[in-house]
Design a protein around this ligand. Sequence first.
Ligand code: PBG
Length: 341
Amino acid sequence: MSQHAYPGRFPDTRLRRTRRHEWLRRAVAETTLSTADLVWPLFVHAHEAAAPVTSMPGVERLPIEGVVRTAGEALRLGIPAIAIFPVVEPALKTDDAAHACDPNNLACRTVRAVKQEFGDALGIVCDVALDPYTSHGHDGLLRDGRILNDETVEVLCRQAVVLAAAGCDVVAPSDMMDGRVGSIRMALDEADHDDVCILAYAAKYASAFYGPFRDAVGSSAALGTAAGRGVGDKKTYQMDPANVDEALREVALDIAEGADMVMVKPAGTSLDIIHRVKTTFGVPTFAYQVSGEYAMIKAAADNGWLDGAKAALESVLVIKRAGADGILTYFAPEIARVVQG
Ligand code: PBG
């Protein structure tokens, strides 16, 4: 009998064999990141010079020309799309968020400038929500200590239409009002924007990890004033991080209402949700690695407590592994430089 004869039991399974060399690890990798997976969120403000966002080291509020330049960099890096977030001057914030629907607001001007330069070579995603525009920092209209649903949806529809008219390719309702996706779809179609996509922030949790973003866009101070008006947090519209079934119901509704793509947010604390959404619905599924996730890694890296580049890459890779087709991340440029292709 040959000494290699089957010994009556399975030969040793040694999983370390395929981990032995870098080339072999690459060859058996089950998940790979590509620049095509990334969406780069950018902050734009109405000032001439760029200004750093203190709580997000490496991220700046950019003037419109800065966004156009950065959009060019995104294109060179192979990043398919940018997401634009306006920092609205306090004087333009009102209780009725009227400026959200002004076709000449900062978001619309930025979209036009980027489109003029790059046309359809680069995608533009814009948030549809009222928080940059409300004096109280809420995503919806506030009356008597309550966030109004249907009245808010009407404003969101107008906001989506002006963004689409400016050239935005993808409107992304991040407000979590009920029924807004269907209403926005109808409003876009009526305004002849039936080719504009809706990326619904379908499962968006009321999260502590949005803190640095609210600093960046200046809505945290406004939200502070909302506390005095009876609603100091967003828990009556954003979801409780305890819930899974509810996330699936949110996603199902948004798809039924006409969402082209759905989003889960924050990403790193919702890997199970991303997985469930992708496997349950099989629709284009995005995840947003939010400001607090970025800030945590940056803060640790800046203190020398971990390798920031490696942590960034790992944190985004596992979001893809969970099932995300696309990832909004502030690490987009540094990841694109590493994965190149
Ligand atoms: C606003 C909005 C938020 C984010 C994206 N759109 C903040 C919030 O809901 O309070 C968070 C993004 C981030 O933290 O990076 N509707």
